[in-house]
Design a protein around this ligand. Structure first.
Ligand SMILES: [Cu+2]
Length: 268
């Protein structure tokens, strides 16, 4: 084995052997197929970035040390190494094509919207969240410190329609590796299939006014049976549900004395 081959093996072997034990590079593992694929994509990007960045750094270091000024002799001048130039043009292009293709595959998974078994209509408002379960007479509303909980079933397609009733908000659940703007006048839709039960934190990620920092919510994934039980236990009368679903942010805020009157702060 040549020393060059040994060096290459020394670089690649730990990466291959490490396999699934790759570090998370600060990302979440995901609780949906798309979320997990996003996580793995992030790992792939991170490893390649580290290899390219590390390799470039070592080459610069080597060139700087090896060809540092020693006396007044000018080192041998060379140019036009065609095979080398072809390699360092083609390899980066292949890396970019590979990363692009992997990104398209993951994006298609994240953006896919198969036929849903459950639907949640989400309205973000200053400063809270309203989760309406159409056809179920269930509405969850909470703002600032109330930390409303959106309950969803595990293992089925859950469609979400996301809107805002005032300014731009950000719907972000770190565990999902997923984030979308909630925009007034625009219905953003996405579908999740949760593969893990549990409670996960969510929050607004778009600076949206005075109490933006308190705009939290929770995502609770339960089994389909628990989900049916929860829906039944929280069902309102159809009239109550319709009124709650239609309630404006001001009406919600007026009924829930958590937030001081906006006028006392002079901000909206
Ligand atoms: Cu917000």
């Amino acid at each position: 084995m040549t020393s060059r081959r040994a060096a290459l093996l020394a670089v690649i072997a730990p990466l291959v052997l490490a396999g699934c034990q790759l570090p998370s590079f600060g990302a979440y593992h995901g609780i949906t197929k798309g979320g997990t694929q996003s996580y793995e994509l992030w790992q792939g990007f991170s490893v390649i970035a580290a290899v390219v960045g590390g390799g470039t750094f070592l080459l610069i270091l080597w060139a700087a040390l090896r060809y540092r000024r020693r006396g007044d002799t000018i080192p041998r001048q060379t140019q036009y190494n065609v095979p080398l130039e072809v390699i360092y043009t083609i390899v980066p292009i292949l890396i970019v094509i590979g990363l692009f293709a992997a990104t398209v595959v993951v994006e298609n998974q994240v953006l896919s919207e198969p036929t849903p078994k459950a639907t949640v209509n989400i309205t973000a408002f200053q400063w809270g969240w309203k989760f309406v379960y159409p056809g179920e007479n269930v509405v969850v509303i909470g703002q600032t410190t109330q930390n409303p909980t959106m309950v969803v079933p595990e293992g089925v397609n859950v469609k979400m329609n996301l809107v805002s009733s005032d300014v731009v908000h950000g719907f972000y659940v770190p565990a999902l590796n997923f984030s979308r703007f909630a925009q007034p006048g625009l219905n953003n839709t996405f579908t999740f299939n949760f593969d893990k039960t549990g409670t996960f934190k969510g929050q607004c990620t778009q600076l949206c006014g005075l109490y933006h920092s308190l705009m939290y919510f929770q995502l609770q994934v339960v089994t389909p049976t628990q989900y049916r039980t929860w829906l039944k236990a929280n069902a309102l009368t159809p009239a109550q549900a319709a009124a709650a679903a239609a309630a404006s942010a001001n009406q919600i805020n007026a009924g829930i004395p958590v937030k001081p009157a906006q006028t006392s702060y002079g901000v909206n």
